[in-house]
Ligand binder design. Structure first.
Ligand SMILES: O=C(O)CCC(=O)C(=O)O
Ligand SMILES: [Fe+2]
Length: 282
């Protein structure tokens, strides 16, 4: 049976999310093989087919914004293309987490030494994020922080950038050296290995009380990831790469770590509840 046909048979089924909780935080879910390899290839084809002007270059990555412009007061919407809705609808239907259809997708592209600094996704979004990972594996880190809301001035937490435009994923970035750690805080940091074709979901507490980040180094440690069984696939992946020698420029791959040798692409799928139809009626 073709890979895609097998998938279609299961298409209508809702994923049993409880089975996909990883680690001690019940608001982080990891679903391996959410899409097939051929679907990954199709997505990459569409992502790289767009005109160069679709890409916005940031300091440490490139991104494409789909679904419209996110303003402080809501989304000025644009229809998502069918090659994206195929997957946003699947995420919506199978997870049952979003109250209505996903209407915004950010596509991030990271070179092997690029990452994303610790941040919280902006207030414009419904507090659930679905991240589809393509190509190179990476480790994503969740770090607890004090609630930002209402505490920023009093407790001296820096919140940068308030615009919810195309760089919305970068708003509410908290500079890591200003994080305040409380000794009585029982919340633990946690890390997950995101393999290609996997779906990461995080919501509620993981959304509002944790910052998430990806280190901008080629070498990523996997010895503490909460989805440890995924690390077995790293070996398979190496073999799949026709025996390519894995070498980091910075340092050789060591046990308990792996080297990112290729680009990673991720699709951050979210819902903006406030949608504006008319530009002049914000
Ligand atoms: O690429 C990722 O996995 C994370 C992206 C992210 O945090 C964002 O777009 O806000
Ligand atoms: Fe984010």
């Amino acid at each position: 049976m073709a890979e895609d046909e097998g998938y279609k048979m299961e298409q209508e089924q809702e994923v049993e999310l409880q089975k996909h909780i990883v680690g001690s935080l019940p608001t982080i879910f990891y679903i391996p093989n959410f899409i097939t390899n051929s679907e990954q290839a199709q997505l990459l084809h569409h992502i790289y087919e767009v005109p160069a002007s679709r890409w916005k270059s940031l300091k440490n990555r490139r991104l494409q914004n789909w679904g419209g412009v996110v303003h402080e007061k809501g989304l000025l919407p644009q229809d998502l293309p069918p090659w994206l809705t195929k997957f946003t609808q699947r995420i919506f239907q199978q997870t049952g987490l979003f109250p209505s259809a996903i209407n915004h997708v950010l596509i991030n592209e990271y070179l092997p030494n690029q990452g994303i600094m610790p941040h919280q996704d902006g207030p414009a979004y419904y507090p659930i994020v679905a991240i589809l990972s393509l190509e190179s594996p990476v480790v994503i880190d969740f770090t607890p922080h004090l609630r930002l809301k209402g505490r920023t001035e009093k407790e001296g937490i820096a919140v940068k950038g308030s615009d919810n435009n195309v760089t919305a994923s970068d708003d509410a970035i908290v500079s890591s050296n200003k994080l305040i750690c409380r000794t009585d805080d029982i919340r633990q940091p946690c890390s997950l290995l995101l393999m290609p074709c996997s779906l990461l979901l995080f919501k509620d507490e993981a959304y509002s009380d944790y910052l998430h980040s990806i280190q901008d180094s080629e070498l990523h440690r996997v010895d503490k990831v909460v989805n440890a069984s995924e690390t077995l696939k790293l070996e398979e992946q190496k073999l799949g790469d026709a025996g390519e020698t894995i070498k980091c420029t910075s340092s050789e791959g060591q046990s308990g770590s792996f080297c990112r040798t290729s680009t990673r692409v991720s699709l951050t799928c979210r819902l903006v509840l406030k949608v504006k139809k008319n530009l002049f009626k914000f």
